[in-house]
Design a protein around this ligand. Structure first.
Ligand code: TRP
Ligand code: SF4
Length: 328
């Protein structure tokens, strides 16, 4: 299968992005699919057009974090959206056949307008977000698009607009499927929804000290007021972190019994969690440090990926132009 996905360069990736998205991308890559992963920098402009001062830096950071999480440039095409001008050409063409009302009715559109009301995003570009996203996907003939549930409506729109294109101009575009990740959502360290704006996230670009600082104060099962009060692991966010970070079975059993019988304290439980997290994140930290010290290598990887993506995009664009009788 040809698989494609991307993220906006809005800041560092956190453990929610890692477990919910990137681990899944890496699995799809290693299962022998033809995988394309990109940085949606034009999409970042739809809401962040006012301050673009860190855009190129954030783009590089995102690629470094993709690579460090296990995206392998030997196996996947890693590229930057704005380097492939075909996305913009297809966006323009699809915009001709996209009814305004269809975009206005996408539930996340109104929601975001409300949530980001301070950003002045009643713009043509922001309304067109899904059209650009459809172009990202359709230009690579993607079969599957691993995305979060929040992108459901965008994928639905993509399929619909591709079908409309095909019915108007003949079978040209492949109809892609959304691939939703099966992993349950991890909450933030304070038990609320994980969100940068709550400050309850752990970035993958972190270190042991930061892990300790964020894990040790985590709220636990409120029933465990004293060390001798038994608790229910299932009611505790720390327990769910243990499951997400693959604490080994023997240790999980030890914690479960220790918590329910009050034979271990929350501090010990959290120390074991920090160990599990460091096991998973340690190799990522090392790679991040490596790529930060070798930015030239990152640039080479991006240039190489851009070139491959451009070729693939151009093949689709030739067919698209031909279908529309745009002959020059
Ligand atoms: N809209 C996606 C998000 O916010 C990012 C994105 C842009 C994307 N284009 C895409 C994801 C194409 C998958 C395929 O997460
Ligand atoms: Fe949570 Fe662990 Fe404390 Fe039980 S022992 S309440 S699972 S932190």
């Amino acid at each position: 299968m040809r698989i494609l996905s991307g993220m906006r360069p809005t800041g560092h990736l956190h453990i929610g992005n890692l477990l919910g998205a990137l681990d899944n991308w890496v699995r799809l890559q290693n299962e022998g699919n033809e995988t394309y992963f990109f940085v949606a920098d034009w999409h970042m402009l739809t809401t962040g057009y006012k301050d673009t001062s860190t855009l190129s830096q954030m783009t590089k950071v995102l690629v470094i974090e993709y690579l460090s999480a296990g995206i392998d440039p030997q196996k996947s095409v890693i590229f930057v959206q704005s380097a492939i001008k075909g996305h913009a050409e297809l966006f323009l063409i699809l915009s001709m056949i996209t009814p305004l009302g269809r975009l206005e009715r996408i539930p996340t559109y109104k929601e975001q307008l409300r949530e980001l009301s301070d950003r002045e995003i009643t713009t043509f570009g922001f309304l067109g977000y899904p059209v650009l996203m459809a172009s990202d996907i359709l230009i690579y003939d993607a079969d599957g698009v691993p995305v979060g549930e929040d992108q459901t409506y965008h994928l639905e729109f993509t399929r619909e607009i591709a079908e409309k294109f095909n019915s108007l101009y003949g079978e040209t575009l492949k109809i892609p499927k959304a691939l939703f990740s099966q992993v349950p959502k991890l909450l933030g360290t304070d038990g609320r929804k994980m969100s940068k704006s709550y400050g309850n996230v752990i970035n993958i670009d972190s270190n042991l000290k930061e892990l300790k600082d964020k894990i040790m104060p985590m709220p636990t099962d409120p029933a465990r007021i004293h060390r001798y009060d038994p608790g229910t692991p299932e009611k505790c966010n720390v327990w769910h972190y243990h499951l997400a970070f693959n604490t080994p079975k023997e240790k999980l059993d030890y914690i479960h019994e220790g918590c329910t019988k009050a034979t271990i304290g929350c501090i010990e439980c959290k120390k074991i969690l920090i160990e599990s997290m460091a096991n998973k994140l340690g190799p990522i930290w090392e790679k991040i440090a490596y790529y930060k010290a070798h930015e030239n290598e990152v640039e080479d990887i991006i240039n190489d990926g851009n070139e491959k993506a451009r070729k693939s995009a151009e093949e689709t664009m030739k067919k698209v132009r031909k279908a529309l009788n745009l002959s020059f």
